[in-house]
Ligand binder design. Sequence first.
Ligand code: X8Z
Ligand code: ZN
Length: 591
Amino acid sequence: MKLLLFLLALPLAAQTVTEALAFLEKAEKELLTASNYAQRASWLQATYINEDSETQAALANEKYIKTVLALSRQATRFDKLTLPSEATRKMRLIKLNLTMATPANDAESSELTKLTARMESTYGSGKYCRDAAADKGKCLDLVQISNIMAASRDPKELADVWQGWHRLGEPMRKDYSRFVELANKGARELGFKDSGAMWRSKYDLPPDEFAKEVDRLWAQIRPLYLSLHAYARTKLREKYGADVVPASGPIPAHLLGNMWGQSWENIYDILAPPNSTKAYDLSKILKDKKIDELEMVRYGERFFSSLGFAPLPKTFWQRSLFVKPGDREVVCHASAWDVDNDEDLRIKMCIQISEEEFAVIHHELGHNYYQRAYNKKPFLFRDSANDGFHEAVGDTIALSITPEYLVQIGLLDKATDPSGDIGLLMKQALAKIAFLPFGLMIDQWRWKVFSGEITPAQYNQKWWELRRKYQGIDAPDRGEEAFDPFGKYHVAANVPYTRYFLAHILQFQFHRELAKTAGCKTPLHRCSIYNSKEAGTKLNNMLEMGLSKPWPDALQAISGKREMDATAVLDYFAPLKKWLDEQNKGKTLGW
Ligand code: X8Z
Ligand code: ZN
């Protein structure tokens, strides 16, 4: 009897495995077609914001989501089969493919995709129109407001543009809560507890364990952040006075040189260590040398070329958006694209001539080189090992923008003296360490919004509780009508954010290992991997893996370790931590 069953089962099973493989082949073709279509529409929407492009983008996105959902349902037919490991992984990845699932109900599905397209356009065309009489009715867009946030040292003006921009959120709370409701419905129909649990399921770990992993990494970083925060508060208090900045409470959010207080590098002048100022100002060098937007991108490309990567395709230069056009609304928030999932690489940025944007260009190019490195993989593996990896690659390269590198490429005459390195490290910490609690709190907020723990009526109050808890920053007098989370691109455009928190740790792990490979003998912050083919090969080997293996395998390929680990961050900033702790003697830490 047993033998008979076995014999009967054999050809059947064989047939079914074949069926499963055929299903995957067909699925990947369908996904590729739907994805290419959605990307084209989305590019149009983001670079020509109007009713029509928004509608087309919503329709194309809906079509893509429906394709994934249909395939996810069909894939369950093969759940009980033992398949080759690659096929098993693909079956799982189909179900994990989406950032947003739509409900099966057609009306709700269309409502949801229209709603998200509308939210992104609203953000992209957002303005703050200052008092018409005083300012001749001039409206400021986010690029202009960001420049004021970076350069102004007038707390009244800073508070004014800060508040002005955040008015954008006021009418959006209802739309956002409806979006949450519908996206959760879609996620539940797909078998997840809610949209947040769906996001947390993408890390080759059970969702709750991933949340713990994030907490573990933050605990590693927190002492360093507290030191930086306390020092920044002291300096801002000296600058703006005791009635503006408290001695021991949270720092006012509008004084940090950035709309979200996510990067403090623009207030380096206020925080610069005495006697060890960073001896060059890259923003000024770029402007003095009349380096334009395109040339800034070429510097980025040349860096990757020096590692052994092929130049960017001609179409990259023809189709990218580098400069904010004057004749239409666009989504200026920087992004990198692979429109045909093959060779059609592009970036979309409203480039400003500044050191900060020079780093963002490298960030975006990192996405493009990653995309091209995995484009020979099957469609379902054409992504990064986890989303933090995608965000980390270009930043890793930007860590190699050292004084020595700037000398090599002719932007600096002479490398700065190591006696000023606390200044260099400070500048870097203001970008990277200041970012970490922000990178963490956005999704702490969203995970709770999706789970229902934070209700629409509490959106703003809980947002600020988390801002205080993690970042130690505060905004005065936020009224009931405020919906400040909407003032951040990734909330309005529904882009998960924990990826950036992870990336800010991973990039230091990558840098530490690539520095070793490149044979650097200097401290990490003085090491550039420029021109190191060995480092390039090591990086490329990891990039080429795409999403074909669990992320610990990819991490091992580049770093020899399987764990995310913030000690690389602590190593890099060790001299600064020591210095900060001396400055903070007798001062309160925390808030
Ligand atoms: O959104 C970005 C990139 C595009 S993926 C410019 N970043 C985050 C942000 O701006 O909020 C990079 C760092 C954090
Ligand atoms: Zn990015």
